[in-house]
Design a protein around this ligand. Structure first.
Ligand SMILES: [Zn+2]
Length: 375
């Protein structure tokens, strides 16, 4: 687990790159392998390559987050330990001991209970509570609607948007990032059919909801292979997806993810896969490849292939030991730890509530958080 304290504001969701492209698993970079013996044409013809749709926050959220990031880059660091990244990270955390209201749109009470049971595991370690608003008479869970004029809940779960994603922490109730009628977390199709890895997906997305960022964006942790193999000649299959060329040179991630079905501009690839600057407001733990916040990536995505420290042979589905201890330190229970934490947060909120580069709405939002902390 990485707390948001170690991360920048913007990154939300990273790719569910599981099983991204089968051809890729074949190989070491061309320089390390013997010349292909099979005719190149046969090579590409026989490969059934399907690139998955990756986890990515919808563009309306991304635009708002980028806008805030730009504004924040103009906020001067108030003191040692408070980079703009640290400020944003701190501002996304919920208060220690806070009860988060959660609401669903779609699905039935049975599904809501299944999700609630699984994701509540976080609250065994973090000093947070989840309130699903279960009606004792009807057994129904709290609902939210697109027509809501006020936030019905801190975390608003939907099943009808495309893909899996979640806003990070308090971004879900920051009026400049999310509106009351918008979902903050999406689990596509869970109301129709629960995929085999649904528990891992739900735990991961609720990790974002409590302000955790991606493990694989830990600074310096992952050697993603962004560039094409030298000399790669753009080659596509029948679906328009990029595939290795006739000499087995492979497309890099910019090329691969730039094509169907993701069609990500380079900036979006960077947003989801590049390192996040570390914050100095809190110490950060070691990189944890077992974290639920670490995705499984195919070996070909890394420069060092399956030797990369970021490579795992499968998807992480459960909270790791470091997830548990990490989230317990981000949301402590001990009084002294809470008091120390509140001081740091108050400082961050104060800076943001006065930052000239931020809009009046955002400043008001942070002033409100500051006042709430003083109570
Ligand atoms: Zn994610």
């Amino acid at each position: 687990m990485r707390s948001s304290s170690s991360r920048t504001a913007a990154v939300l969701l990273a790719p569910l790159l599981l099983g991204l492209a089968s051809w890729a698993a074949q190989g070491r970079p061309p320089g390390q392998q013997a010349a292909p013996e099979a005719p190149p044409a046969a090579e590409t013809k026989t490969e059934a390559v399907k690139v998955r749709v990756l986890e990515n926050v919808p563009s309306q959220f991304q635009a708002r987050i980028e806008q805030r990031k730009r504004a924040l880059s103009k906020v001067p660091a108030p003191s040692a330990g408070f980079s703009p990244h640290a400020l944003v990270s701190l501002s996304k955390r919920w208060a220690n001991g806070q009860t988060l209201k959660i609401a669903f749109k779609g699905g039935d009470a049975n599904l809501h209970k299944q999700i609630a049971d699984v994701v509540s595991e976080w609250t065994r370690y973090a000093n947070l509570k989840f309130d699903f608003g279960v009606d004792p008479t009807t057994g129904q869970y709290r609902q939210w609607q697109p027509t809501d004029a006020e936030f019905a809940a801190d975390v608003r779960v939907a099943f009808d948007k495309s893909g899996y994603y979640s806003l990070v922490g308090k971004d879900s109730t920051d009026p400049e990032i999310a509106r009351p009628g918008e979902e903050s977390l999406n689990l596509e199709g869970f109301d129709k059919n629960l995929p085999a890895d649904w528990m891992g997906v739900a735990r991961h997305e609720f990790g974002h909801a409590i302000a955790l960022e991606h493990e694989h964006q830990t600074e310096g942790a992952c050697d993603f292979r962004f560039e094409d193999d030298p000399g790669y000649v753009a080659t596509r299959d029948g679906d328009g997806q990029y595939i290795p060329d006739s000499a087995r040179r492979r497309p890099g991630l910019y090329t691969l993810l730039g094509g169907p079905p993701n069609n990500w501009p380079q900036a979006v690839v960077d947003h989801n896969l590049k390192d996040m600057p570390p914050s100095r407001a809190y110490p950060t733990g070691p990189f944890d490849k077992s974290s639920i916040m670490q995705y499984h990536f195919d070996a070909f995505m890394f420069t060092s292939g399956d030797l990369s420290q970021c490579y795992t042979s499968g998807e992480n589905l459960v909270l790791s030991d470091l997830d548990k201890s990490g989230v317990a330190s981000v949301y402590p229970r001990a009084k002294e730890a809470i008091a120390a934490d509140d001081l740091i947060r108050a400082k961050a909120y104060e800076v943001m509530s006065k930052a000239e580069a931020l809009s009046a709405t955002t400043k008001k939002h942070f002033n409100h958080l500051l006042e709430a902390l003083k109570k």
